[in-house]
Design a protein around this ligand. Sequence first.
Ligand code: ATP
Ligand code: MG
Length: 749
Amino acid sequence: MSESKDFLRSIVEEDLRSAKYTEIVTRFPPEPNGFPHIGHAKSIAINFGIARDYSGHCNLRMDDTNPTKEDTQYVEALKDAVKWLGFDWGEKVYFTSDYFPRLYDYAVELIKMGKAYVDSLSEEEIRQYRGTVTEPGRRSEYANRSVEENLDLFEKMKNGEFQDAEHVLRAKIDMGAANMKMRDPLLYRIRHVHHFRAGDKWSIYPMYDFAHCLSDYIEGVTHSICTLEFENNRDIYDWVIETLGLKPPRPYQHEFARLGINYTVMSKRKLLELVEGGYVSGWDDPRMPTIAGYKRRGYTPESILNFCDQIGIAKANSMVDVSQLEFCIRDDLNTKVPRVMCVMDPLKVTIENYKGSEEIDASYYPHDVPKEGSRKLPFAKEIYIEREDFMENPPKGYYRLTPDQPVRLKHAYIITCKEVIKDADGRISEIKAVYHPDSKSGSDTSGIKVKSAIQWVSAAEAKRVEVRLYDRLFLAEIPEGIEDLNPDSLKIIKNALVEPAVVNEKADERFQFEREGYFYADPIDYTDENPVFNKIVALKDSWAKKTKVPQNTEKPQVKKEYVEGEVAPMSEDEQVLFDRYTKELKLNSEVANTLARDKRLSHFYDEALSTLNSPTSIANIVANEVARELKEKEADTLKFSPKQIAELVKMIDEGTISNKIAKQVFEQMAQSGENPVQIVQEKGLVQISDPAIILPIIDEIITKNPENVAKFKAGNTKLLGFFVGQVLKGTGGKANPTVVNTLVAEKLN
Ligand code: ATP
Ligand code: MG
């Protein structure tokens, strides 16, 4: 768990503290229409992680309400992913389709209450009637149908008596609602399709907005955590539960920012396109951002969970640099896996003065790693080194073997080149060299200075392996689709050579091939006849460099010895800002990331901070609200200033207004440019902490809900949350929640 608590955990803790719930129940509700990807990993980590941290439970629920795209293979892939990441969903996997009968009954109930009706407009008409953001919609004439007629039609819809799209069931809410989602949302539609679990029983299928909240309720979910794009759906979520008058405790929806990673596509539709178009070998192709892909590539669950932890949970959408994920896997493997030698492009070296043979005991792990273990490295007269580790006419700064420069063979001796042999085409075919007997690694008394150590294998004992070198699947930072594919994302080397221990001893499934990167024995294609290794990740971020230095195709790039994976995801200036934000100002890394990477935001932030020293509160509002505004407008057309933001934050900090009200004030300020203090005064939005005002409201709520009071007194303490919620609502969200909490608790006990 991260050191600083995220906003979701704060909510959960508050809900436990106030006894709104006695047990935390979350859920991970994927639609089984594709393999889960790294974005799902974030959601899995959040939902299962919160359940684990607070001794609750997380349900794995297949949200299978859209039968045309769903399939059991995806159900299995989802289960695999959750399990592989180390989480446990308990006894059973839940399916929304199991609730179809109950959902139907709930719909009938809404019809009976006059809160739902069968509409017979066409899809196009429904769209036209809905209105726009600036214009209210108008209600369908079919909304006047009687309850009896609605019940009859709905039953006939269920029984398959109509064609697809002939009718729909809609909630009767408000066609003029500012939130367009509330303009009589669809609850059911007719679809004559086979469902992979429910078979052909149903001709109608519930919409997400209807099925989701009720499934949460049925399962006793307390915190329904979803991504930001569902923010406006929250009103429907609440409407359905409230209108049906469902007994508390009830679930509440909370939104967090979706994970986006550059050079990566994450929509399942686009991933399916890659699979179906044969652009990758399948959902588990090691280049895919799917959990199955990462798993096959050799990523560890720990590295992915660390990544999810590092990026944090915030309310502002932001793009994460893919190098951050790569950093996490490198960081995890760095001290864990054995280091061995592999030569990808062999160049023969004959050591003319070497007689006989020997076995060198070489540690699998570097000195500073506490792990122990070693293997025998056969050394011989004929060895192979990497072709690019020798240069006849080296550029300045080339530290490896040249006609004038000796080099160390890692774990073994220093050699000096004596002669370069070329074939008929002028290509180097062999190096004749001598070794220095007193230069053995660990007991070197030769006094010869070398600038680097290179990998090598004994020609007679080396084993041939196939190495699959993976690179980013997309070239574009924000890829659209197949047009942005990287043509060089997979390079296969059929005849790489590894030292024998790698395939004979199998000390691990993952290895660091010295100076090359981390590799994983492919779990599917690896055989003794054809050992296959997938490149998990390079030792360092080669992309950061590639973009700066134009690549020289003739001369091999100069590699430094033993560079451990340092990532350079930000520019220097951005990094300085990021460090200051996280270290000095203690901002969480996602917020700091958002601010540091955007000049306009960081300027805005720094300026606001210079008027009010409240780093965290200002950062949150700048990284969320201001960022959203800036996305739509240019900085100089913003209607408000950093100073105004500081004034707004000051009111929150001082308890003058609640966070909820602050959002409202912000919206108005963003539209009109008015001063926030003035807005609060004019609209009477000052947070109410005065018991004299709050107590009468509490009394009123208590009188209105005698049954719940009785239940509470009989021991159902979960109802405290209900009362607090009602009182807050009664004050238009203006009451101070902490004060309300205390007062309600006192009153009821
Ligand atoms: P896609 O758009 O990739 O098809 P989705 O949101 O439709 O994804 P679902 O199967 O419906 O996929 O999602 C299951 C859960 O995973 C949801 O709770 C959703 O919020 C979460 N999720 C999906 N994508 C991401 C992401 N990129 N970042 C964080 N959470 C995500
Ligand atoms: Mg979806």
